[in-house]
Design a protein around this ligand. Structure first.
Ligand code: DC
Length: 224
């Protein structure tokens, strides 16, 4: 018998969380939930509505008012906010930094927390983010903390930007990642850290395919 597990994947930017979580979800026929996209969507909508990434009250109001929808289309997770497709618009590094800035405000996190918990409640999900194993789904049957050296993550991000046709100098990519790591780890509310019962997976010398395989093996061991 298999049972639908709840799988939490946390870690810093460009450690491979999205690709790995998506691959695991596809193989197990689970729902993949990208919580970073929610914070990115808040940052984007704030920018579009003239709300500063530091305006706690304005951001909280915006976050609780927005309706998020996530839909799989082949390999692409489409993100809709109030019916508008923002899938591509939220992927820039500017919005990534904005997401890191808005996500440090407790009221913004509170506005998204219940939605994230509701999405995870029935099991059969792979949720990726920064605080999934520690705060959002503390009872997840499998928690993974994916990490990699900064230089390796920066190289991956640099190549990804190149592929997307939006290249940026390597040094700038690395410095922005390091700044985001610091912001996400040092904030007071739900900082990025591994849950005590998380399996640590370092992808510095591991291909994304092998990391995905390793997590699938762990999931199978736990009944998936
Ligand atoms: O995973 P990502 O790069 O899309 O995340 C963008 C930012 O959103 C990240 O720097 C911090 C924030 N975030 C968060 O605070 N908590 C989460 N569960 C997911 C993302």
């Amino acid at each position: 018998m298999t049972k639908p597990l709840t799988i939490a994947v946390d870690g810093p930017g460009s450690a491979g969380k999205g690709t790995v979580a998506r691959g695991v979800a596809r193989t197990l026929r689970y729902q993949y939930i990208d919580t970073g996209a929610m914070y990115r969507a808040v940052a984007l909508m704030a920018l579009r509505n003239g709300v500063s990434w530091d305006d706690v009250d304005g951001l909280a109001e915006l976050a609780s008012r927005l309706e998020f929808r996530f839909a799989f289309e082949g390999d692409v997770l489409r993100v809709l906010v109030d019916g508008n497709d923002v899938t591509s618009a939220i992927r820039s590094d500017e919005i990534g930094m904005g997401a890191s800035m808005v996500s440090k405000h407790a009221p913004v996190r509170t506005a998204l927390l219940q939605l994230q918990r509701d999405l995870g409640a029935a099991g059969g999900v792979v949720m990726d983010g920064r605080d999934i194993g520690t705060v959002v789904l503390p009872d997840a049957e499998l928690k993974v903390y994916l990490d990699a050296d900064l230089e390796v993550r920066a190289r991956r991000r640099h190549e990804e930007l190149l592929r997307r046709g939006t290249p940026q100098p390597y040094d700038r990519v690395r410095d922005a990642l390091a700044k985001r790591d610091r912001q996400d780890m040092e904030r007071a509310t739900a900082p990025l850290k591994a849950a005590e019962d998380a399996v640590m997976l370092d992808t510095t010398d591991l291909t994304i395919e092998n990391a995905t395989r390793a997590i699938l093996l762990l999931a199978r061991e736990r009944g998936a």
